[in-house]
Design a protein around this ligand. Structure first.
Ligand code: PLP
Length: 379
């Protein structure tokens, strides 16, 4: 990675060699899976096998899994069409204040269309409880959307218990889970969450950007978001992105086969946090993260955008929150009611099994140098 010290795997991950190889093979076989002749049928067969591989990692049937262009598309499809499917029940949606923009902005759009949205606030540790969700349920609640792993804190939400609480209140309420940061990062297959709809994305797990999937539980009659040639059983039109699908499936096969990767990522994260605390007494841990690959820290008194830039100049990549914020303070840390200096100095560090202790040492020393040089400018 050109001497990059990369600690931003939650923003995107490098494409795995297995995925590149599968993508190149699929690019060589350019047939359109919908064409009727033998050459194209090979492409269709490949998409079928790739769907089976991704479905196996989900723990679902291949007929419940639909390829999308990204996690954002899956979230949009689930929320817009899920809300529509249950419109007769009511126009109330429940989500959390700390979801990704793919969910929050879609909820805001639904509000403009007449839906009422309850945004559950996390506690200071970034957690949300099933009881909190249960208390917000109403007779007119159509849909609940809750992420599995928060992309800025690494906190794992109790989705399985939340699904149980919702279904005990009324099985007709649809439950969507944005599992973009949880796919292959949490030990249990996603189908066990019990949610009706689950969105994931390829570029967080070693596939290229531009591919994702939505799980739609059997029996949930979700209408398509994209209409056209009727691909994906008529539910997601658009010629199948055969090469991206091949790469996605290859990354899934490789990731699912090696769950020790989770332990390796978690061990480097733990090491980094302990070294950071030793080297920078002012540093506070916002969240050590339940998920193996994400944590959040803060340097109160510093501006995280400046720290991120100074580190970036030294080839060290971290984030001041979600990569999608582009300099705005994180809505996640703000919803956790952190004091302003903590918000201003917040940094997200994210890891993979390929992260090493040597890289962690380089990050720690670069951050200490940056903090020293900026402290002089600040004071
Ligand atoms: N949801 C979460 C929790 C994310 O972290 C992201 C990306 O950062 C998305 C959704 C959007 O996924 P994509 O980039 O594939 O559209």
């Amino acid at each position: 990675m050109d001497n990059l010290i990369y600690f931003d795997y939650a923003a995107t991950a490098p494409v795995r060699p297995e995925a590149i190889k599968a993508m190149m093979d699929a690019l060589g076989q350019f047939g359109n899976p919908s064409s009727r002749y033998g050459y194209a049928r090979r492409a269709a067969q490949r998409v079928k096998e790739d769907r089976e591989a991704v479905a196996a990692a989900f723990g679902c049937s291949p007929s419940e899994l639909f390829f999308t262009s990204c996690g954002t598309e899956g979230d949009n499809w689930a929320l817009r069409r899920g809300a529509e499917l249950n419109r007769r029940r009511g126009r109330h949606i429940i989500t959390t204040a700390v979801e990704h923009a793919a969910v929050l902005e879609t909820c805001r759009d639904l509000e403009r269309q007449g839906y009422e949205v309850t945004y559950l606030k996390p506690d200071r540790a970034g957690r949300i409880s099933p009881e909190q969700l249960a208390a917000a349920l109403r007779a007119d609640t159509a849909l609940v959307s809750m992420m599995l792993v928060n992309n800025e804190t690494g906190v794992i939400f109790p989705v399985e218990d939340c699904v149980k609480a919702v279904k005990a209140f009324d099985p007709a309420i649809l439950f969507h889970c944005d599992a973009v940061q949880g796919f292959l990062k949490t030990p249990r297959p996603l189908v066990r969450l019990g949610a009706d709809l689950v969105a994931v994305s390829g570029h967080k797990i070693g596939a290229p950007k531009g591919i994702g999937a939505l799980y739609v539980k059997k029996g949930v009659r979700l209408r398509p978001l994209l209409t056209g040639g009727g691909q994906e059983e008529g539910l997601r039109s658009g010629t199948e992105a055969t090469a991206q699908i091949a790469a996605f499936a290859a990354a899934v096969r490789a990731g699912a086969a090696d769950q020790t990767r989770l332990e390796r990522a978690a061990a480097v994260k733990e090491y980094t946090l302990s070294k950071l605390k030793e080297a920078l007494p002012r540093l506070e841990v916002i969240s050590a993260g339940d998920a193996p690959h994400i944590c959040a820290v803060t340097l109160p008194g510093y501006k995280s955008e400046v720290v991120v830039r100074v580190l970036g100049d030294r080839g060290v990549c971290v984030s001041s929150g979600s990569a999608c914020h582009k300099g705005r303070p994180s809505h996640v840390f703000a919803a956790m009611n952190l004091p302003k200096p903590w918000l201003d100095g917040a940094l997200r560090l994210s890891f993979s099994a390929d992260s090493t202790r040597e890289e962690a040492d380089a990050l720690v020393s670069a951050l200490r140098d940056a903090a020293d040089s900026l402290f002089t400018t600040l004071s």
